[in-house]
Design a protein around this ligand. Structure first.
Ligand SMILES: Cc1cc2nc3c(=O)[nH]c(=O)nc-3n(C[C@H](O)[C@H](O)[C@H](O)COP(=O)(O)OP(=O)(O)OC[C@H]3O[C@@H](n4cnc5c(N)ncnc54)[C@H](O)[C@@H]3O)c2cc1C
Length: 408
């Protein structure tokens, strides 16, 4: 068989974006995906016809987000409702004055991060142990970064660019559905886990339990934890990439979706935080898009614990919601779906962060090898890491680098 122009390992946001661009440029390209669906950490599921996202849901930096720009072209609708983050529905268990104080504590903490001495890169070093809002700040880190502040590089955190735009929209039909639809004109092979890439010959040879494929160039888009696990044997010259992936581990964030049997008393697109005084708490988006759903969100060690213990997340969330709304809410909540991203063998977590001292690893990971092997995916983005639009940008960058190299 004639070698492919480009093989792309992984059909998530980065792989799909790269595949679209290369296919539209007339190249013979194949997306090779280990699971039975397109989207990766972008995954819309359905219950009684109601869509909900188990992975990415928000078009962050929406005013410059490539997926937001593409959505109308693919027949998807954008919802511009302001996110409910940071405002407690009816002040339940979180009086207005406390909410203001907590937000101010977060702003002070971010200011301390910006002023951190150059030798210090561990975010937890800047916590004030006597501040009443320290557990709240730790909880926020588990949502934003998927990890505790102890594991977080200050420089990497500060490099994230969303604060500059602050515009967050959603896809009415689901972010995951949008990413999957974007692959419509790209050849895809599902259920093939690539296990090795051999660069010793004139073409690159990709191996899997289902056979081999040859390609002139390859883009690897798998998550950093998959890369660091050694699940794909890479050429020796990519060893720096594997080290970089290890320095950019995935944090963990998970969702639980409840169906509400009766929406009375819940205003659409509002939010509650389970308990603002503790670190181990979840946040709940009430009636997203006005639908009869509640989306619980938890991160870090709590998420890891819940993944290990069957119905623990559902029980915890019911307790927190009952604490806020009264125990009558229990019988109105039916758990219909739950993510366990850490247990998905082809994800192994939720989104990347840099370990303290390792912010520079993103640039290493994003570099190519010998003009033939390229890397893309959210972790390769310098400013939009951890997001689906960051993944898209890195996929496009790899595709453009390949087109340039062919032109040269
Ligand atoms: C709970 C949660 C909430 C999130 N919320 C948001 C949000 O609101 N907004 C936002 O922008 N981002 C959010 N994210 C992050 C976002 O989903 C990811 O950053 C993005 O989807 C990553 O895309 P990617 O292409 O880099 O990687 P992936 O989506 O992981 O794609 C990699 C693909 O490679 C495949 N693969 C792995 N190993 C192999 C192999 N050996 N062979 C072949 N294929 C393989 C995988 O199955 C996967 O399909 C969230 C993520 C989670 C988990």
């Amino acid at each position: 068989m004639k070698p492919l122009d480009v093989a792309i390992v992984g059909a998530g946001a980065a792989g799909v974006a790269a595949g679209r661009h290369l296919a539209a440029s007339g190249l013979d390209v194949l997306l090779i995906e280990a699971t039975d669906r397109i989207g990766g950490r972008a995954h819309t599921a359905f219950h009684d016809g109601l869509p909900f996202d188990l992975g990415c849901g928000w078009l962050h930096s929406a005013d410059r987000n490539g997926w937001a720009a593409l959505a109308p072209e693919l027949g998807f609708h954008i919802d511009r409702t302001t996110p409910p983050w940071g405002v407690q529905f009816r002040d339940l268990g979180f009086p207005e004055a406390d909410q203001r104080a907590a937000r101010a504590a977060f702003a002070r903490f971010e200011q301390r991060l910006r002023e951190a001495p150059s030798g210090s890169d561990r975010a937890s070093d800047l916590l004030d142990p006597n501040d009443r809002w320290t557990p709240y700040l730790e909880a926020l880190s588990t949502y934003i970064n998927g990890t505790e502040l102890e594991q977080l590089s200050i420089r990497d955190y500060l490099a994230y660019a969303d604060a500059e735009t602050g515009v967050n929209w959603r896809v009415t039909e689901g972010y995951g559905s949008l990413v999957a639809a974007a692959a419509k004109d790209v050849p895809v092979a599902l259920n093939i886990a690539v296990t090795g890439i051999d660069a010793s010959g004139r073409t690159l040879r990709l191996t899997s339990a289902r056979g081999e494929v040859e390609a002139e160039r390859v883009i690897v888009t798998v998550s950093t934890d998959v890369l660091a696990s050694g699940a794909i044997r890479l050429p020796p010259r990519a060893s720096d990439h594997i080290d970089a992936a290890g320095a950019l581990p995935l944090g963990l964030a998970d969702k639980i979706i409840f169906k509400l049997s009766d929406c009375d008393g819940f205003e659409p697109d509002t939010q509650v935080l389970g308990n603002p005084s503790v670190k181990r708490t979840a946040t709940y988006h009430l009636r997203p898009f006005g639908r009869p759903l509640i989306e619980g969100f938890v991160g870090g060690e709590a998420a890891r614990e819940f993944e290990a213990d069957g119905d623990a997340f559902a029980a915890f969330a019911r307790d927190e919601l009952a604490g806020l709304f009264g125990s009558g809410i229990r019988r109105r909540l039916e758990p219909i779906a739950q993510s366990r991203w850490g247990r998905q063998p082809f994800a192994r977590g939720s989104y990347s962060h840099a370990r303290p001292g390792h912010a520079a690893a993103r640039a290493v990971l994003a570099g190519g090898v010998d003009g033939r092997l390229f890397f893309a995916g959210e972790a390769c983005s310098m400013q939009d890491f951890s997001t689906a639009h960051g993944a898209l940008q890195t996929g496009l960058a790899a595709a453009r680098a390949i087109l340039d190299s062919r032109g040269a």
